[in-house]
Design a protein around this ligand. Structure first.
Ligand code: AMP
Length: 597
């Protein structure tokens, strides 16, 4: 029942009093976007005035935008890296932030092959929590009755390490799920999960997925929404069900838990749930899962699902057709836009089509600036051109630049956004892409330089057969689950007759994987979210044909460059029709939670 009588919101009638307050907060923040931003900047500059970083720019305690913009440079992670390393090594002096650094958040963005380390402070958890608390009140405006059932969310923690100075380093979601904010969250009828905390917090990814799936199956009638953080994660869960449904059904049939689940706290809480055998449910699962055709499997098993809660914007858009196949085209809600550096904002119209998703940046989260995205601009002082949140223009593209409470100042996130409109005075952004990402399957991001280095590294193995790689390109193949990288190679043998053996080319696949960054290798080894890398050797002259094709479509012959990543169907078809052999990585690359440096 809507409670217009208690409080109303221009966004729509809130579902309950708590929602009304949350929506009112969204209204307040977005109506006063510019003044909120001014205050946020003043707060950050005041509290961090005595940090080594800000003192170095002689702000002299000024907290106004004008002085800030004229004195503080725009920076990248690499600029801050030496300072961040000192913090990681144990320097507790106020370097970037006056508040003590509580831990490092490890970004899926990498620097020199390793995850970037983002220093954070305790209170940032409250800010993240605040953004989370706005998501269901917005969703309840569009989907009614979510308090009558549960959400089946596949949520996982990842491994953590300690820096030499003793600070924990882990992904932001691991930090959040392990926090008291999450673990001891008060009961909210609109936000009940089928997965118990014990399953989400189990560090073993198989045991965690197994029990989360089992809980979802037991409570199948109650499930109203199915989700994961990213689309790739939900597809991984579907694949897991394909591979494990027999064992899951056996457990349900006998009321006893798979002995592979050994974590004592998980076993204890599952024993409570599995108090008696349920052969009827087991038969149902076996019947549905043994069918060859898995189309619509999500709604067959969880018939009351109203929507999928997964991010399908940015690199994840490649999974939309597969999600549609498994869910019979259920709506896909992209609810929020966030990063390790800072949580940015939310989608105020979460049931819209993926192509129409726009995120409203919440002006209280950090101080936001926008660098007009002009890829070919030669102007030399880009920091002068940064635009404030309230001043961006509809239709234009910008790179996001943030100043955070934790001490990042005018930091380039690397995301390119396009302004689609405004909610009150707060702009709304379509996520266009992340800069410099060539290939991505899950949270991995491989850029052109990394791919080039990997090809160079692997092609050394061809020397023994006097062969070299003359051209290459790549493709993120998401038709398999998990998806995998495909690299097309055109080879040139110096001695006719001697060509590399299949075994050598298999080893080249592994050598490429060994050279890729740690997020890629973690996805391969620990998360099993990327499949073995594949090399497809194409016949001589294929890349020349590729050029001819591009020129026939209007490319300039002088400016033609081999694309290092392809996705356009006719090009894929051309390449695939010229394949002479295919090779897969024969084993897993090396990966440990410890950083290589
Ligand atoms: P991380 O550094 O690992 O925390 O990843 C943060 C990055 O993930 C962002 O900077 C974006 O590039 C991407 N990302 C986060 N949320 C979204 C979203 N809703 N849509 C598209 N990309 C996103």
């Amino acid at each position: 029942m809507a409670v217009e009588s208690i409080l109303s919101s221009p966004l729509g009638p809130p579902a309950c009093e708590k929602d009304a307050k949350a929506l009112q907060f969204v209204e307040e923040m977005t109506r006063n976007a510019d003044s909120v931003q001014e205050n946020v900047l003043a707060q950050i500059l005041t509290r961090n005035a005595e940090t080594e970083y800000l003192k170095g720019f002689n702000l002299n305690r000024a907290t106004d935008r004008e002085t800030f913009k004229s004195k503080i440079p725009m920076v990248t992670y690499e600029d801050l890296q030496p300072l961040i390393q000192r913090i990681a090594d144990g320097d507790r002096s106020p370097i970037l932030s006056s508040h003590p650094v509580s831990e490092f958040l490890t970004s899926s963005g990498t620097s020199a092959g390793e995850r970037k380390l983002m220093p954070t402070i305790k209170e940032e958890l409250d800010r993240r929590q605040l953004l989370y608390s706005l998501l269901m009140p917005v969703m309840n405006l569009y989907v009614k009755g979510l308090d009558k059932g549960k959400g089946l969310y596949f949520l996982f923690i990842k491994s953590e390490t300690e820096t030499p100075g003793g600070l924990v380093a882990r992904p932001v979601l691991t930090s959040y799920y392990k926090s008291e904010h999450f673990k001891t969250r008060p009961h909210d009828p609109y936000n009940v999960y089928t997965s118990p905390n014990e399953a989400i917090l189990c560090p073993d990814s198989f045991q965690s997925m197994y029990t989360q799936m089992l809980c979802g199956l037991y409570q199948r009638e109650q499930v109203l929404r199915v989700g994961a953080v990213f689309a790739s994660g939900l597809l991984r869960a579907i694949r897991f069900l394909q591979l494990n449904w027999q064992q899951l059904a056996d457990d349900i049939r006998t009321g006893s838990l798979n002995p592979k689940v050994t974590d004592p706290s998980v076993r204890e809480c599952m024993t409570r749930m599995m108090s008696k055998p349920d052969p009827e449910l087991a038969d149902f699962i076996a019947r549905e899962c043994s069918e060859e055709n898995w189309e619509g499997i999500i709604t067959r098993i969880w018939p009351n699902t109203k929507y999928l809660d997964v991010i399908v914007t940015g690199a994840m858009a490649q999974y939309i057709p597969t999600l549609d196949y498994y869910s019979g085209g259920l709506p896909k809600a992209c609810t929020m836009y966030a990063s390790s550096e800072c949580y940015f904002g939310l989608n105020l119209n979460p049931m819209c089509k993926p192509s129409e998703v726009s995120y409203t940046i919440m002006p209280n989260m950090a101080y936001f600036e926008f660098l007009p995205h002009e890829p070919n601009s030669t102007r030399d002082s880009p920091a002068r051109r940064l635009v404030d949140l309230a001043d961006v223009e509809i239709g234009k593209e910008y790179e996001l630049v943030i100043t955070t409470y934790a001490g990042l100042c005018r930091y380039r996130v690397g995301d390119i956004l396009r302004v689609t409109g405004f909610h009150n005075s707060a702009p709304q952004f379509q996520f266009i892409r992340r800069k410099n990402v060539l290939l991505s399957i899950d949270s991995d991001k491989t850029d052109e330089a990394e791919l080039q280095a990997a090809v160079e590294n692997a092609s050394r193995l061809l020397r023994e057969s006097n062969t070299s790689v003359v051209e290459y390109t790549s493709y993120a193949d998401t038709k398999t689950i998990p998806g995998h990288y495909v690299i097309y190679w055109e080879l040139l043998g110096k001695d006719s007759g001697e060509s590399p053996s299949g075994r050598v080319l298999d080893r080249c696949c592994l050598a490429m994987e060994e050279s890729l960054n740690s997020v890629y290798r973690q996805c391969r080894v620990a998360d099993n979210s990327i499949g073995p890398l594949e090399i497809r050797v194409v016949r001589n002259g294929t890349f020349e044909e590729l050029m001819d094709y591009a020129i026939s479509r209007g490319a300039s012959i002088n400016q033609y460059k081999v694309p290092r990543c392809v996705s356009f169907t006719p090009i894929m078809e051309l390449l695939d029709s010229r394949v002479v052999s295919t090779h897969f990585s024969p084993s897993l690359p090396r990966w440990t939670p410890e950083r290589r440096r």
